[in-house]
Design a protein around this ligand. Structure first.
Ligand SMILES: O=C(O)C1=N[C@H](C(=O)O)C[C@H](O)C1
Length: 284
């Protein structure tokens, strides 16, 4: 089962605007050295929408090599609104799991979401992690629907990025067997772990990786006092990192720390303001 803290890698850019693959490699090894259970390539945080196909392939190669060397999990983003396109991507994917967004923008309704994932589950050789992020997709999915999807043979889990709402409480109160709920809304990771989430996919875990790993371990071990204290502190960090569109502040912080060569992002994102970066650095 998928468990633990997974880092959805940013895509660092060099001064000439190209993808800095050496910087990505360094970052991937760094977070795995700090105890992350796995990497996510081509997540939202990786600015995947603005990468070319060859750039995406190169990013996956770097992440796969680092994950292999550390014996860590590799999850790769593979969603599109067209099930035929997603199924094609899944066919050529070599990863432990594919992160597939609930179809975005189309708003097909929950029955359409079910039909979409049933079609993919029947076609894929790679386990699926459903990416539930209604504030980006425009499509809500309720607990009953997620439970039904979680019962499909090739569905391994959900990246839950809808805060701490009644759906999360219901799903975690009665999850399908062998189904991992991974927190995907950074500020809410601690309460979701408290309710039984198996781990998280968290952009914030590029920073303070060890603390996020310890947080998951503390909730698992029932060390409530430690978990609450760590959870509250890390939530304050995440609030500052998401003060501007992700991953702009995160890149500003990683650059200030010397972890990446530039804080550059691609349009339509704009670099974070200095005040936001300084607030995030102070929260660390
Ligand atoms: O890329 C991801 O995976 C994540 N993206 C989310 C977002 O930017 O909305 C945030 C989360 O930390 C992981």
């Amino acid at each position: 089962m998928l468990a633990g803290i997974h880092v959805p890698l940013i895509t660092p850019f060099a001064a000439d605007g190209s993808v800095d693959l050496a910087g990505l490699d360094k970052l991937a090894h760094h977070v795995l050295d700090q105890g992350a259970a796995g990497l996510v390539a081509l997540g939202t945080t990786g600015e995947t929408a603005t990468l070319t196909e060859p750039e995406r392939a190169a990013v996956v190669r770097v992440a796969a090599r680092a994950a292999r060397e550390h014996g860590a999990t590799l999850i790769v983003g593979a969603g599109s609104a067209d099930p035929r396109v997603t199924a094609d991507t899944l066919r050529s994917l070599r990863a432990d799991a594919a992160l597939v967004t609930v179809p975005s923008f189309v708003r097909p309704g929950e029955r359409g979401v079910v039909a979409y994932f049933e079609a993919l589950a029947a076609a894929t050789a790679v386990p699926l992690v459903i990416y539930h992020i209604p504030y980006r997709t425009g499509q809500n999915v309720g607990a009953e629907t997620l439970r039904h999807l979680g019962g499909l043979p090739m569905v391994a889990g959900v990246k839950y990025a809808s805060g701490l709402d009644a759906t999360a409480v219901s799903l975690l109160g009665d999850p399908p067997q062998d189904f991992s709920v991974l927190a995907g809304d950074d500020v809410f990771v601690s309460p979701l772990l408290a309710l039984g989430a198996a781990g998280g996919i968290l952009a914030s875990a590029h920073l303070a990786t060890r603390d996020f790993v310890e947080l998951a371990g503390a909730w698992r071990a029932g060390d409530v006092l430690r978990a609450r204290e760590l959870g509250a502190r890390l939530a304050r960090v995440s609030v500052t990192l998401f003060a501007e569109p992700n991953p702009t502040v995160l890149k500003g912080v990683l650059h200030a720390q010397g972890m990446i060569a530039t804080p550059e992002v691609r349009l339509p994102l704009l670099p974070a303001g200095r005040a936001s970066v300084e607030a995030a650095l102070a929260s660390l």
